[in-house]
Ligand binder design. Sequence first.
Ligand code: SF4
Ligand SMILES: [Zn+2]
Length: 117
Amino acid sequence: MPDCPHCHQSVPEEAIACPFCRAPLKAFGHPGIPLYQSPSGSLCTTCLYHADDTCTFPQRPYAESCTLYTSPEQTPEAIAYRPSWGNRLRGWVGQRGGWLLLGAIAAMSLILALGNR
Ligand code: SF4
Ligand SMILES: [Zn+2]
């Protein structure tokens, strides 16, 4: 059984939260989505996506928890599960959808206001 990164008690592999300290252990409350956590400091300093400068997450380089953390020492099979650029772009747009919509409305309003002069 793995250890809780916060209280270091042994926890069941599929636990969503630590039964001892209630710290979240999986992302979005889903047992199939691992949530990598650093007990001290940023995960990014040891992450493959930080090293190759392909991470676009806003929490980089100070992420203390992350669903996509990938250690350079991970097996090639694990790295092969790296999401495609399309999926990463969809994730980026999904995280900022509200701001993108607001920006588009502001841009349209500006264009219409300038066009009516
Ligand atoms: S994938 Fe997560 S841990 Fe890796 S660099 Fe990006 S934010 Fe940091
Ligand atoms: Zn715990």
